[in-house]
Write a protein that binds this ligand. Structure first.
Ligand SMILES: Nc1nc2c(ncn2[C@@H]2O[C@H](COP(=O)(O)OP(=O)(O)O)[C@@H](O)[C@H]2O)c(=O)[nH]1
Ligand SMILES: [Mg+2]
Length: 460
């Protein structure tokens, strides 16, 4: 892979109005290009500026000599910068015109518009960070809760890549050990050595599987846990959504069928980012528009990680309720028996309730809501208390590669146990090492890089 040699520029702050807007440059010509549009307040230009110093001055259009904005410029020289290249950051006023005008000038002076994530990609290509660290940058930016952010920061510090790096090294050692026998075929491999190789392979496999298993729960902190609120019309689904959010988000009326489409909102449950979807009531007899709403409800239910099935506790169970309970049978779910402020008509020992966690609550009065949140947290994060302090995997790409590596090691151990040739054993081991290398970026392809950095934001 060729190392980049041109100079890129992009707006690094969000689009819109703000106090400050930052345009960033990286590459060998960063300070030269910035200098062309910068009129320093003092005597020194950017080319002479000390690294990590900030200079005051104006951006001037070199063609017309017209002053564009008043700015502060930071110069960070290679290799001690975000990308390991020369980096210049220009802080200008945070209006759309100012930032865009500045960027346009830099592009006309020879910078190239950066692709999404290209600064971080350069930090990776130039060897400053691993691939998992680069991915953590984006996780950090998109984190919705502190807990999510903590996991991203851990990964950014390199905890995961260090762990994987050392596992990969161990694998390569085992491989070298085995290959010594391939190179000297006259030396018969002893049973004891063979057992050792199998044992080491098994240990590494177990570590990989342990890491892969953390994904089950840790992924929720990166992707968010998605929950669908379902139930027949008028049981209080929208009221429950509002109570969970502590605001009037969804329209609540006594008229059945008020919610026609799904409504999505975000919620933070003890650090767990949750995407919650309020759905249209599911019932049998319905006209066309309502039927479309119901279809969407069922879609939302299907794609959700978890469901809250709402019942109206002030009415006896209805055929539609039974149908909904049937639909969610194969789903991780809690049953919320709403309207606990009214006289109860559903008794807890009605059969179906036995098999499911349930809670009585009143969306109207806000009673039982915190308890419901705790139930959701506990149900989805059973092992989290133990796992959260260790190294965890939050990214599906990492999990899939770990699984591939573990499978290859499983095959490898079997090959030795069956006295098949060491050559095949070592091929499986090398495959496993390659899969791990693809996670950290020790081994990479343009394809992997494009897939990762295409999801980044511009200017990062
Ligand atoms: N008494 C009582 N009424 C409620 C409660 N939750 C919702 N309701 C009422 O039930 C009706 C339907 O509520 P809504 O949230 O629109 O139900 P949805 O159709 O399932 O979304 C409204 O008149 C609400 O005020 C509750 O906990 N107690
Ligand atoms: Mg509703």
């Amino acid at each position: 892979m060729n190392l980049p040699d041109d100079t890129i520029a992009a707006i690094s702050t969000p689009v819109g109005q703000g106090g400050i807007g930052i345009v960033r440059l990286s590459g060998p010509r960063a300070s030269e290009i910035a200098d062309k549009v910068f009129r320093p307040g003092g005597r020194k230009g950017l080319a002479k500026a000390k690294t990590f110093s900030m200079m005051y001055g104006h951006v001037v259009d070199p063609a017309s000599g017209r002053e564009i904005d008043e700015v502060l410029v930071t110069v960070m020289r290679s290799p001690r910068s975000y990308t390991k290249e020369d980096v210049v950051e220009i802080n200008c006023h945070g209006g759309m015109v100012a930032v865009r005008g500045l960027l346009a000038l830099l592009l006309s002076e020879g910078a190239r518009l950066a692709e999404p994530g290209e600064f971080t990609k350069r930090a990776f290509l130039n060897g400053r960070i691993s691939l998992t660290q680069a991915e953590a940058v984006m996780d950090l930016i998109s984190a919705r809760t502190r807990e999510s952010m903590k996991l991203a920061v851990d990964q950014l510090k390199g905890r995961l890549s260090e762990k994987l790096g050392s596992l990969r090294e161990s694998l390569i050692e085992v491989c070298a050990h085995a290959e010594a026998y391939i190179d000297f075929p006259e030396e018969e491999i002893e049973t004891k050595t063979c057992e050792e190789l199998i044992a080491r392979t098994g240990e590494i496999k177990a570590e990989l599987e342990g890491l892969s298993k953390t994904f089950e729960e840790a992924r929720f902190f990166r992707e968010g846990l998605s929950i669908a609120i379902v139930g027949r019309p008028n049981v209080g689904k929208s009221s429950l959504l509002n109570a969970l959010l502590k605001k009037d988000r969804a329209i609540v009326t006594e008229i059945p069928g008020t919610t026609r489409d799904t409504i999505e909102e975000y919620l933070n449950i003890q650090g767990l980012p949750v995407r919650i979807v309020d759905t249209a009531g599911i019932r049998h007899s319905a006209e066309a528009v309502e039927r479309e709403g119901i279809r969407r409800s069922l879609d939302a239910l299907q794609s959700a990680d978890y469901a809250i099935a709402v019942l109206d506790g002030s009415e006896p169970l209805h055929a539609d309720d039974m149908e909904i309970l049937e639909i969610i049978k194969s789903k991780a779910a809690v049953i919320a028996i709403n309207k606990s402020d009214l006289a109860p008509q559903i008794s807890p020992d009605e059969v179906f309730l036995q098999a499911r966690p349930y809670i009585r609550l009143s969306a109207l009065r806000g009673e039982g809501i915190e308890e419901l949140k705790s139930m959701i947290f506990r149900a989805n994060l059973k092992d989290w208390e133990e796992e959260r302090e260790g190294v965890v995997v939050t990214n599906i790409r990492h999990k899939q590669a770990l699984d591939l590596a573990a499978a290859a090691l499983g095959r490898a151990a079997k090959i030795l146990a069956e006295n098949r040739p060491l050559e095949i054993f070592s091929i499986e081991l090398r495959d496993a090492a390659d899969s791990i290398g693809e996670i950290t970026g020790a081994i990479t392809t343009d394809d992997i890089l494009n897939r990762i950095f295409d999801d980044f934001c511009i200017g990062k």
